[in-house]
Design a protein around this ligand. Structure first.
Ligand SMILES: Nc1ncnc2c1ncn2[C@@H]1O[C@H](COP(=O)(O)OP(=O)(O)OP(=O)(O)O)[C@@H](O)[C@H]1O
Length: 331
């Protein structure tokens, strides 16, 4: 549905996006995450055809965003970071204007405006002047305009920036409601925001993708890469019996057991492996050999925050290139 092939952008000597390739499946909500300056906006502007890449190519539903721009834009609803609106226009007037830009006939505009206004919680604000709306409501107007021509792809650049927590949660809910019907690419540098709405998270740093997966996969990977991801076990037995059963296990560094089992006899234990070993089976077998009943055994998932910091910190710095050879200019 959305495809980037080796998208690259040099701004003079600065490499902003470095041979980035990405493919989004229909109906997915994909969070596009990265620290400030990582290249999110530049990538999004290239994906939406608003900025020509130095090299590489982007397509929307098979249409090249530069060579078949009109076809590509029909497939796209785009809410840029700045959400440019006309403050003196009324909401309905602005939505008619946006519909005209998509060559929508009047009847179709009327129907669709009714639909998107309701969807975006704007029905009671249709006669209001945009300049007098709250920031959150202005953002809803931007979203309604992006949805007006019912595009299969929605690209939202930092859609909740500058909103208060209440407004953030409303816009977030709105985005979540779009899942399935639209493919949504949502850029943000706020991790919890992406974590709550996205099916998939793509993290970029220094213009390159450094991680790509579901929130759970990235958490898993976070700890799979962490030498000391502890395994948490719930076992029925005394702390001593559990410690004894697990002591001396191969690839195990330390075993910590909560000193006393709970009233029902279940005890929490944490086994810290050394090296990148998955010790879950060995732990289960060792406990079973001592007739200690296990009701849960799992690797402790790391927070996505830890992962985000790790992958964006360790990426290599972008190297300036000879500006003469860059072949692109700041846009
Ligand atoms: N018009 C421009 N001219 C020169 N350099 C630019 C221009 N736009 C962006 N850059 C540089 O390109 C890099 C990527 O910027 P970009 O705005 O795409 O990042 P971002 O991830 O969207 O950041 P933010 O979250 O702060 O908006 C940065 O180093 C930035 O300084």
């Amino acid at each position: 549905m959305v495809k980037a092939e080796n998208l690259t952008k040099w701004y003079g000597p600065t490499l902003a996006v470095d041979a980035l390739s990405l493919e989004l499946e229909p109906g997915q909500i994909v969070g596009f995450l990265g620290p400030n300056g990582a290249g999110k906006s530049t990538t999004i502007r290239m994906l939406t055809g608003y900025l020509p890449p130095t090299s590489g190519r982007a397509t929307l539903d098979g249409h090249d965003v530069l060579t078949h721009a009109a076809d590509a834009r029909r497939k796209l609803g785009y809410l840029p970071e700045s959400n440019p609106l006309y403050p003196e226009m009324r909401v309905e007037e602005y939505l008619h204007f946006a519909g005209k830009l998509h060559n929508m006939p009047r009847n179709q505009r009327r129907d669709r405006i009714g639909h998107v206004a309701e969807r975006c919680g704007l029905s009671h604000l249709r006669r209001r002047t945009i300049g007098r709306l709250s920031k959150g409501n202005k953002q809803r107007v931007g979203l309604a305009a992006a949805l007006l021509h019912d595009p299969p792809v929605l690209v939202l650049d930092e859609p909740t920036s500058g909103l208060d927590p209440n407004q953030i949660s409303q816009v977030r809910q709105l985005i979540r409601d779009l899942a399935g019907e639209h493919t949504v690419l949502l850029s943000s540098h706020i991790l919890p925001e992406v974590q709550r709405v996205a099916d998939r998270v793509v993290i970029i740093a220094q213009g390159k993708i450094v991680a790509d997966g579901t929130v759970d996969e990235l958490r898993e990977r976070s700890h799979a890469e962490d030498d000391r991801a502890p395994v948490h076990v719930e076992v029925r037995g005394t702390a001593d019996a559990i410690k004894q059963a697990l002591s001396g296990l191969e690839h195990v560094d330390t075993v910590e057991v909560a000193t006393d089992p709970g009233q029902d006899g279940w005890c929490n234990a944490w086994v810290v492996p050394h090296g990148r070993k998955d010790v879950r089976v060995a732990v289960a077998e060792a406990l079973a050999a001592q007739q200690l009943l296990v009701r849960e055994i799992r690797r402790e998932a790391g927070t996505l925050e830890e992962f985000f910091v790790r992958v964006t910190d360790t990426s290599r710095p972008a190297e300036p290139r000879n500006a003469d050879a860059a072949g692109g200019s700041a846009a």
